[in-house]
Ligand binder design. Structure first.
Ligand code: NAD
Ligand code: ZN
Length: 381
């Protein structure tokens, strides 16, 4: 079958690989019908995630058709069309019992924090991902969810990560009615977080990025304000000024450690590629939030980054909330929002690219070419 094949930083190939096999009674094999490239993949692509091994198949956002099931799988049948949360969760460990499905211990017992994630390095369990024709889905009674009748597959694929992550960003921010929410990053996550912030009753939503086409997209798609940090004297001062010097009620970091390298390069004039990532947006978020405010982090950082301006966190009494999204916990609510028309996930898809051309798709998304917001990969029929 065709699958992405990581060859080292900034090198992805699509190769023939062996079909995945059922290795455990609870496994299913899914024939992928759509997969996405995520900003999180760019951390892998840029070589920023430890233990990303050459040969790995990437891809943690995918939907498909159940092709085969192990004898222990009772909740799915062959032929079901399923969306598969990016978190691999056993459903039984102490963390899954608290619905912290992104922190499952069973699926990745060797790591200190993150649970298993499809196609996300051996740091996240070493599972192959869904940027392929077929994928093995462990714990198939837990994560995969049958796509509701009538749901557009383009919406469904974005429910495997983008929508629940963005929603959780807004949820963790504890947005109160009328709050001013500042979101750093106008990628798929930041744009969707802007949209979700309104659902929590935000009074004002501001998105900050430096890519004009993404700012324009955010304004139109999420009906928010959007500003280019390169045209601002200082984004923190700007936010202070526009909030009567109080600061934002909440800030969301939808950037994470820099993967493509260009941001840090231009901000500091230093090449940060292959280092643990920058934290410019996180610094801005901590400095721009009001005293006693909340900073919600969904941006992904290297596991040992130590870049938080902790003094300001203490002095201002800031609460920081962060996690990988718990997709399974949020899925029912996300389905409702989509079915009710309150969220329109597919509106962010700008590129449909054959799986065979995944290398080009990575390049376009990583280098932010061709006004790309969200690319999806389509395997051969
Ligand atoms: P993306 O790369 O498409 O978007 C990131 C955006 O941030 C870009 O538009 C970039 O120009 C902008 N940016 C860079 N530096 C900035 C700065 N200092 N201030 C403001 N904007 C800045 O990625 P995405 O798909 O939107 O994902 C965003 C982040 O969310 C990534 O770190 C990704 O790994 C993470 N993520 C986390 C989860 C989770 O469960 N926690 C899930 C999905 C994605
Ligand atoms: Zn993702």
């Amino acid at each position: 079958m065709l699958a992405t094949n990581y060859r080292g930083p900034f090198r992805i190939r699509v190769d023939q690989k062996p079909y995945p096999e059922i290795l455990h009674p609870d496994d299913a094999i899914v024939r992928v019908t759509r997969s996405c490239i995520c900003g999180s993949d760019l951390h892998l692509y840029g070589g920023l995630v430890p233990d990303t091994r050459v040969g790995m198949t990437f891809g943690h956002e995918f939907i498909g058709v159940v092709e085969d099931i192990g004898p222990g799988v009772t909740k799915l049948k062959v032929g079901d069309h399923v969306m598969v949360p990016f978190n691999i969760a056993c459903g039984k460990c102490a963390f899954c019992k608290q619905e912290l499905y992104g922190n499952c211990h069973e699926s990745n017992p060797q790591a200190t924090a993150v649970g298993g994630i499809f196609g996300y390095s051996h740091t996240a369990g070493g599972y192959d991902g869904g940027q392929a024709e077929y994928v093995r889905v462990p714990y198939a009674n837990v994560g995969p969810t049958v796509i509701p009748d009538g749901m557009d597959p383009d919406d469904a694929v974005l429910l495997t990560d983008v929508v629940p992550t963005a929603y959780q960003a807004a949820e963790m921010a504890g947005i109160q009615k009328g709050d001013t929410v500042v979101i750093f990053g106008a990628g798929p996550i930041g744009i969707m977080a802007a949209k979700c912030s309104w659902l929590f009753g935000a009074g004002r939503v501001i998105v900050i990025d430096h890519l004009e086409y993404r700012l324009e997209f955010a304004r139109n798609y999420a009906d928010c304000e959007a500003y280019n940090f390169r045209s601002l004297e200082d984004p923190v001062v700007f936010i202070k000024k526009t909030t009567d010097w109080m600061g934002a009620d909440v800030c969301i970091d939808a950037v994470g450690g820099d993967a493509a390298g260009n941001t840090m390069q231009t901000i500091t004039g230093r090449k940060m590629l292959l280092q643990a990532g920058s934290a410019t947006a996180l610094h801005w978020a901590i400095n721009a939030v009001k005293k006693g405010g909340i900073v919600s982090i969904v941006g992904v950082y290297g596991p040992t980054d130590n870049l938080v301006p902790i003094g300001n966190v203490v002095n201002k009494g800031i609460t920081i909330r962060a996690n990988q999204a718990s997709v399974k916990r949020l899925l029912p609510k996300m389905i409702e929002h989509v079915q009710a028309g309150r969220l329109n996930p597919k509106g962010i898809i700008t590129h449909r690219i054959p799986l065979e051309e995944a290398a080009d798709a990575y390049h376009i998304f990583s280098a932010k070419l061709d006004n790309c917001i969200k690319p999806i990969l389509i395997p051969p029929a």
